[in-house]
Design a binder for this molecule. Structure first.
Ligand SMILES: *[C@@H]1O[C@H](CO)[C@@H](O)[C@H](O)[C@H]1NC(C)=O
Ligand SMILES: *[C@@H]1O[C@H](CO)[C@@H](O)[C@H](O)[C@H]1NC(C)=O
Ligand SMILES: *[C@@H]1O[C@H](CO)[C@@H](O)[C@H](O)[C@H]1NC(C)=O
Length: 618
């Protein structure tokens, strides 16, 4: 595969790619990449939504008003000739008028008269509307409403306000009309458009969802309207979150599961040259490394603090003798900043580490950081990895990471070579064995892949990674029962490793996912139990929260689902997953609103009853 296709792969996916260790990358191709957030999101109408939504909302309103005034002036001119004639004036249609020729409602008293005259006023309003005399039309609809609170009159008046761009008034009138007649679909659609224009996306989505459910309109156009508004709301939500994330207090490490699998792809570095037990900074650095590679639930935070303290002390000491050690502290602190989504600090620290003491691992980390930048392309990442290999041609991690990258770039041959090299340089490193097996599966050689997994299992009988990834292959192959057994084995081995994390909660999630692929009541209950357990084991795993949230959603436990999706959206650093989680938050909120509306929830239940013979099985 040429360099060129590598970069086009990256460009196409707009990714900045980094393989973590453990991957899961492989068999399924469901990569563990870090996407560049802004690029990944589909911002709907660029001009309307990407800039700060409040100010653009205001501008849009101003523009509309201006446009309306201009239109009105033009129309006034055009209408001069087609004014309502004497014959058609309100008195001539038999309406009681006062001394000024204005309609006089005080003369109308019986209910029957009120009804009849209200229609006259409305008809008159309709004529004025046709002539685009909107202010006048509004006046007559308002008079009609004084005689009769008819939803049609409110709807008529809202049409005038809509033509004038007065969205608040549109919402007011359509809301009244819908209170009087909740089946009034035309008003629901009009209210949705007005709310969309006002930036009240949640309200708009409620109405559009209702229309879509009841099938009153062309489904495709309603669906696309819903999609458009949902996108706007998701964008708004995402922008708010990204802003929050910039705050210092929000810079938190991602889940222990994800960190453990990342650091699992490096050889544990537990000590370093020139360690001086009398030097406080050295002691801190050593403790930090030991804590990090112990890979426990809370160890990463502790290690992070210790790296930071060591950096401070090395900096204060300002002694060139320390450069190599200082660089190690900077390198790790930098990569941990990356996992706090602090790209700038991360880049600065790792750059400085490279300046002080270039070494293979710093370049691998740098590759990771560079690949996540907006303008990233495959070659940059590749260049960093090549530098790492140049510096240390015996470094198995460097080959492993380059292989990973080649793998997701679909350069299977190149990947296989690098995995082999990585395996040869460090025969005790489990991942190349697994990846080679997955790669074989990718090439369509299922039974060879099974053989490789058996070999890996013989060599690494205690490694939960082997059954877990074998399970993924089996799942992909459609053999759920066998996969399920492998996940059980992985869970057992992972529990035996505790408190050290290898795969973290991954096998729990995988097992739950396989279970719900065959959604019997028992499977569903077991899946929920597994995920609730996983949520306790690693409360920062977005994957667990997303999966559990979807099961809660199916059970109509909307509040719980929303909470889980919301937390997942904050926790994940994968842009695609973040956007997906936010979509789920917003969609669930609409569900909740639908259920809270007495009329709509009643209609939904009727609808369900009419399409249901048997229930959902759950
Ligand atoms: C007023 O309502 C009637 C009945 O729905 C409709 O035929 C007419 O077009 C409406 N006029 C306006 C201006 O909306
Ligand atoms: C919209 O979908 C509903 C339910 O799926 C269907 O009954 C209705 O006929 C569809 N309407 C149109 C206009 O396609
Ligand atoms: C790779 O290089 C790093 C230093 O950059 C070192 O800590 C690590 O042990 C090396 N890994 C292997 C597998 O040789």
């Amino acid at each position: 595969m040429s360099e060129n296709s590598v970069s086009s792969f990256v460009a196409r996916n707009k990714t900045a790619i980094i393989a973590t260790a453990a991957a899961g990358i492989t068999a399924i191709g469901a990569g563990y990449y870090y996407y560049n957030l802004r690029n990944q999101v589909n911002f709907p109408d660029d001009d309307e939504t990407t800039s700060s939504s409040t100010s653009s909302g205001l501008n849009a309103k101003k523009k509309k008003k201006k446009l309306y005034k201009k239109k009105k002036r033009a129309q006034a001119k055009a209408n001069k000739d087609i004014d309502i004639t004497e014959e058609e004036s309100i008195s001539n249609v038999g309406f009681p008028v006062d001394a000024n020729g204005e309609p006089d409602l005080s003369q109308i008293s019986t209910a029957e008269d009120k009804e009849q005259y209200a229609v006259k006023l409305k008809d008159y309003g309709n004529q004025l509307f046709k002539q685009q005399k909107l202010d006048e039309a509004i006046k007559y609809y308002t008079l009609a409403l004084e005689l009769k609170k008819d939803p049609v009159f409110y709807a008529n008046r809202s049409a005038c306000y809509a033509a004038m761009g007065n969205q608040e008034k549109v919402v007011e009138d359509t809301t009244t009309a819908l209170e009087l007649n909740p089946e009034y679909s035309k008003c629901r659609l009009r209210r949705a458009s007005a709310n969309e224009a006002l930036g009240k996306y949640e309200d708009a989505m409620l109405d559009v969802s209702a229309l879509s459910l009841f099938g009153d309109y062309n489904n495709a156009s309603i669906e696309s309207m819903l999609e458009r508004i949902l996108n706007k709301r998701v964008t708004e939500n995402l922008e708010g979150r990204l802003k929050e994330q910039q705050k210092e207090s929000h810079k938190k490490l991602i889940s222990a599961t994800d960190l453990a699998s990342f650091f699992g792809s490096f050889k544990p570095e537990l000590t370093f040259d020139d360690f001086d037990p009398e030097n406080k900074a050295d002691v801190l650095l050593k403790e930090a490394l030991e804590t990090l590679y112990a890979k426990t639930l809370h160890g990463f935070e502790t290690a992070d603090e210790k790296f930071a303290e060591a950096i401070k002390l090395y900096k204060e000491a300002n002694d060139d003798k320390n450069n190599k050690k200082y660089a190690i502290a900077l390198e790790y602190s930098g990569v941990l900043d990356f996992f706090k989504m602090d790209a700038i600090s991360s880049f600065e620290k790792v750059s400085k580490a490279i300046e002080l003491n270039p070494r293979a691992q710093s370049y691998i980390f740098m590759g990771l950081i560079n690949a996540d930048k907006a303008a990233a392309n495959g070659e940059d990442y590749m260049a960093d990895l090549n530098k790492a290999i140049e510096l240390d041609p015996q470094n198995s991690s460097a080959y492993y990471h380059r292989a990973q990258y080649k793998f997701i770039s679909k350069d299977l041959e190149g990947a296989a070579k690098d995995f082999e090299k990585s395996k040869e340089l460090d025969p005790e490193f489990v991942f190349p064995y697994i990846q080679l097996a997955c790669l074989t599966y990718r090439e369509g050689k299922f039974s060879d892949c099974e053989t490789l997994f058996s070999e890996a299992k013989r060599k690494f009988p205690k490694a939960p990674e082997v059954p877990s990834f074998y399970g993924e292959v089996l799942t992909d192959h459609g053999d759920y029962a066998k996969a399920s057994k492998q996940y059980d084995a992985a869970i057992k081995l992972e529990e035996e490793c505790a408190p050290t994390i290898h795969l973290g909660v991954n096998p729990w999630v995988a097992k739950a996912t396989v279970l719900v692929a065959e959604p019997t009541v028992e499977n569903f209950v077991e899946a929920v139990n597994l995920l609730e357990k996983a949520n306790e084991l690693d409360p920062k795993s977005s994957k667990v929260k997303l999966t559990l949230g979807q099961l809660k959603l199916q059970q109509s436990e909307l509040d719980e689902a929303i909470q889980l999706f919301d937390a997942a959206a904050d926790l994940t650093m994968n842009a695609e997953e973040k956007v997906g989680a936010i979509r789920l938050v917003e969609a669930s909120k609409v569900q909740k609103k639908l259920h809270a509306d007495p009329f709509l929830s009643k209609k939904i239940n009727e609808l369900l009853a009419s399409i249901q013979g048997g229930g959902f099985g759950i």
